[in-house]
Design a protein around this ligand. Sequence first.
Ligand SMILES: Nc1ncnc2c1ncn2[C@@H]1O[C@H](COP(=O)(O)OP(=O)(O)OP(=O)(O)O)[C@@H](O)[C@H]1O
Ligand SMILES: [Mg+2]
Length: 676
Amino acid sequence: MSAVSTQVVPDTDEEHVRTTSRLRRSARPADDSVKSIVGTSGGVAPQAATAEFPPFRLDPVNQCLWRCGESGEAKRVCLTPKAYALLQYLVKHAGRLVTQAELLAAVWPGCCVQPEVLKSQILDIRRILQDDPKNPRFIETLPRRGYQFIAAVNAILPNLMPSQDAVDCRLIGRHMPLNQLGEALQVALRGHRQLVFVTGPTGIGKTALVDAFQHHVITRAPAVRVGRGQCFEGYAGTEAFYPMLEALGQLCRGSAGPSLLQVLAKRAPTWLVQFPEFVSCEHRQVLQGEILGTTRERMLREIAEFIEAIAADTPLLLIFEDLHRADHSTVDLLSVLARRRNSARLMLIGTYSPADVGSADRPLKALKRELSMHHLCQEIGLPPLREEDVCQYLSGGVPDAQGKTAGLADLIYRYTEGNPLFMVTVLEHLRDRQLVAHHGGVWTLNVPVGGVELRAPESLRQMIEVQIGRLSEEERRVLEAGSIMGNAFSTVVGAACADIDTDRFEELCEELARKEQVVRQTEPLQLPDATMSERYAFVHSMYGEVLYTRQAASRRAKLHLRASAKLAALYARSIDEAAADLAHHCECGGDWQGAIKYLQLAADNSARRFGPRQAAAILERALDLVSRVHVLQRADLEVSILERSALICNASLDSRKLNTRGTRAVDSVNSCSRAD
Ligand SMILES: Nc1ncnc2c1ncn2[C@@H]1O[C@H](COP(=O)(O)OP(=O)(O)OP(=O)(O)O)[C@@H](O)[C@H]1O
Ligand SMILES: [Mg+2]
């Protein structure tokens, strides 16, 4: 496994500080309860929880110790892996003598270790715990026999039922769906895998609900691992397994990355090979050789086994957003994960908009119907907000404010019919026109209700236009450049697009995000040279759309070309990784040859992930674009695409397609020689 190289993004201490200060403590007697939470010798924790012996907390997920201060804040205390394992073993067997021989066998299995090594580790742990061996509070030495952990140990069991005040108080009217998600997670923690679809029309609050639940899980159940992936429109969206790869990348870059990569290498080499950043060049070549000739079914089986293996150790919550845009392979993956029978502490949440699933030719609809029939999934359909919810939103949780906001609530509710996106946009719009004010979290009218006119033609789009119109010229330039990249953009590429210095670009984004206007900061992007770039996302995709479409087509094309040039430079050594994005920017910028070149690379990516349908669709698009290049270059391009297509069909043994492709390639060569 030495060839697996890892780059780990450390957890922020702040996140853990928030986490620990909110944990619900449920005291339990030390011995048996502790056994069940700290984990077995095989590293499998039957219950997802943490052990606490004030002022310390042993964190099995991040394999570290936390020291909690009096005001509830917590500081991470670093332990070497052996010191952690030793302490964990003692805590797990708190209240009884653990002999030296037992400790050596548990922590250094199969090694011949001098007892002095053990003594020196115990010394270190005592120093960290500030424990006096003559008057111990935590570890007592029983001379010539061993050690005993003597402090009382509490289990911190996660409270998974969100209380309304525990989640972001800006999320209103979603107590029931949050509870349903909490219940599903409880069932998943008992080993019964759960697949939950959160559905509803655009702007109904699917993402907001899932965000709140994710936040709740991170703060209340830190022992649950969370991975999240997004489905996209465009070429990236047609790349096989896109959201799973995104979630997996996140998990492997997290604090548990090194151990996850070991499991990935063992159980799912076809997936490991998809991440050049985690594998050295030589190892990648070896892996590629090993997996040559394998099938897409193997890839599905491997990821399912990997997920089950890691979920046996630590429960896993996977979130796939906007499944109505999911590629075929992702839908197959959902099907496999939902149908497998083995016990797994896995919960998978998928959001989608039913109207979009129905209108497009997407495979999700049939799968959902089938899984529902066999009770293998559940659906949480989000209803519009009620008038009292709107009233609560306007009063910002301030107890006496509801009376003041009643008139406004009635107006907003009638106009928006309880659609949250519509509600927040209308309020912003009214604030821009100074008809309402927003102070201390409370929205109030500046004029009598009768003075507020919400005319029918004021669509959401028009309101967003007005909001954007109020920004400074420079801010608009930044956001328009961002919209070229889609729903989220990295500041490095965005700055190149906008032709603005990166620091200035970041400053403007930061300022906009601070004012909660149009964008919010999101996870940074790791570039191939291992540097990080800040990333921002539009608060809703509609903002991105409006910013994109308001630019003249020629300007958009220019910015797309700048984006492709910057991406090509950044990913020069690993161009495959950016192939789908590059193809998109080249096509939108009118660089047909570039688009065809990158589409072929993107098709190779999909073929490597055993997604022949995606690969075929991408090559089909490349073929369509051939008609746009100069007539003299067409034949060569067409032959190269058709050859690739034939190879992919051949690998997936689709002989019918293979024959048509072969014939078309021959035709193309013939017509080319005729032209000569
Ligand atoms: N329950 C709620 N309380 C307060 N604000 C909400 C609520 N639900 C959603 N919002 C706000 O409404 C806006 C739209 O919500 P969100 O993006 O979650 O919708 P969505 O259903 O995911 O939309 P899409 O279908 O386009 O993905 C966001 O600004 C969000 O913060
Ligand atoms: Mg959404």
